[in-house]
Design a protein around this ligand. Structure first.
Ligand code: ATP
Ligand code: MG
Length: 415
């Protein structure tokens, strides 16, 4: 893409009411537009990152045997009354609305209820199990606080997967596979080194659930990490019993602020009992379907990458989620420079390397500042000087390392 086609502008200052570092950077770099407190629009660059994150999540969910659906946001009150989650006194994040005839509707903040009810039409026998169903869908939550930028918003995409098994053993097995898939996702988006599978409160069916927590001072949670054993515990559940249970020593644990980027939860028959989701086992007996739920917030992941990997000059995108892999920065508009830069842009496009081509008639300082702020992984500078030398000036955004490379070397490196 030619940068002059990009309608978004970079800016020196974020809106004065934007207090979070992630949203400040993402707005300044033209990835996000702030609509309201806790409500953002994804601009072309931000959308490209979000879609890359979604692609990674989809690949991992499909490899678990997940099949994708898309639920409605509008919700039927009756199904939520059946589980006791309609009343706004019990669930304080509901956004609710009404039909013209006064019928109440909700805007889904999660989807256990409608998916469990829907699965009644598709599961009746042990032969129909297991099933793993997921979606990447917009949730609405009337969150009290909106000071974490894109990491906590009132309208946000969520990947939510629901597992349906015959028994607890099936659930356990899938739960562990899902946990491994989550760790692969956080590794692939560039958060592997700072993300811990964390013991958290489990609800009625299971003693613990697991959160995936990325260490960051911008996080809203507090966790205790045993680095040696790669085990973490949320402060909310940490006590002497839990320490004994998990065989942890208090003195091995280090306290950190952290961002909950995902979580997985064993539900047992809580929802299937309330909504009558059963199957006939091999003896013809009706049994409740055993469920689990598995969430990730793609936009929170995006904000976490922005928060954790950025530096004083701006964003720093890992290759797998970057909006473009390469930023060609052309200095000058002489004939030779233009034809050389145009040619490299065409070659990279033909090779399938996503490239942003800065051909704007701006001063080098402005172009470099924009490129630093946007944070694409590889920058290729083309100027009269580089043409003289027969090489490109290639630098890595993450380390700042600069090399003079021939086209052959560059293509080799990118492939
Ligand atoms: P939190 O404790 O941070 O409010 P939660 O426990 O409510 O999160 P879930 O309901 O399990 O989270 O949602 C699954 C995932 O969706 C979370 O792990 C997080 O990545 C993401 N998520 C939750 N709330 C938001 C939000 N308001 N904005 C963006 N992403 C969110
Ligand atoms: Mg919440």
């Amino acid at each position: 893409m030619r940068q002059s086609q990009l309608f978004t502008r970079t800016r020196k200052h974020a809106p004065s009411d934007e207090v979070s570092n992630n949203a400040q950077l993402l707005i300044r770099a033209g990835f996000l537009h702030k609509e309201l407190a806790g409500v953002y629009t994804f601009l072309p660059l931000g959308l490209r990152v979000l879609e890359r994150i979604n692609t990674i999540i989809r690949e991992e969910m499909n490899s678990l045997g997940g099949t994708e659906i898309l639920c409605s946001a509008l919700q039927d009150k009756a199904v939520w009354e059946a589980t006791g989650r309609w009343d706004s006194g019990d669930v304080d994040v509901w956004f609710k609305t009404k039909l013209k005839n006064d019928t109440d509707l909700g805007l889904g903040f999660t989807h256990e209820e409608p998916i469990t009810r829907m699965m009644r039409e598709h599961i009746s026998s042990y032969r129909d199990l297991p099933r793993y169903v997921y979606q990447i869908q917009t949730k609405f939550r009337n969150e009290l606080r909106a000071k974490s930028g894109i990491m906590r918003t009132r309208e946000f995409p969520m990947k939510d997967l629901y597992s349906f098994n015959r028994d607890t053993a099936g659930l356990e097995e899938f739960y562990n596979e899902a946990s491994d898939a989550y760790l692969r996702i956080f590794e692939r988006v560039g958060l592997g080194a700072s993300t811990y599978k964390t013991f958290a409160s489990g609800g009625s069916f299971s003693k613990y659930s697991h959160e995936f927590q990325t260490i960051s001072d911008a996080g809203e949670d507090t966790i205790y990490v045993d680095k040696q054993r790669s085990v973490a515990v949320n402060k909310e559940v940490l006590n002497d019993d839990v320490l004994t249970d998990l065989d942890l020593q208090r003195e091995d644990l280090v306290e950190h602020r952290a961002i909950e980027v995902g979580n997985i939860f064993k539900l047992g028959s809580k929802f299937s009992d309330a909504l009558g989701l059963t199957y006939k086992d091999e003896q013809g007996q009706e049994q409740p379907v055993i469920m689990g739920s598995y969430g990730i917030g793609p936009s929170r992941v995006l904000g976490t990458v922005a928060e954790v990997l950025s530096d004083s000059k701006g964003l720093v995108w890992p290759r797998e989620v970057a909006p473009f892999a390469v930023h060609i920065v052309r200095l000058g508009d002489g004939e030779r420079v233009v034809s050389s830069a145009d040619a490299l842009h065409a070659t990279l496009r033909a090779t399938g390397v996503d490239t942003l081509y800065d051909e704007r008639p701006l001063r080098p300082g402005e172009k470099f500042a924009d490129a630093d702020l946007m944070g694409l992984p590889v920058r290729v500078v083309i100027s009269d000087k580089t043409i003289e030398s027969g090489t490109y000036e290639v630098s890595l955004r993450s380390s700042g390392e600069v090399q003079m490379q021939t086209e052959e070397q560059l293509l080799e490196e990118l492939s």
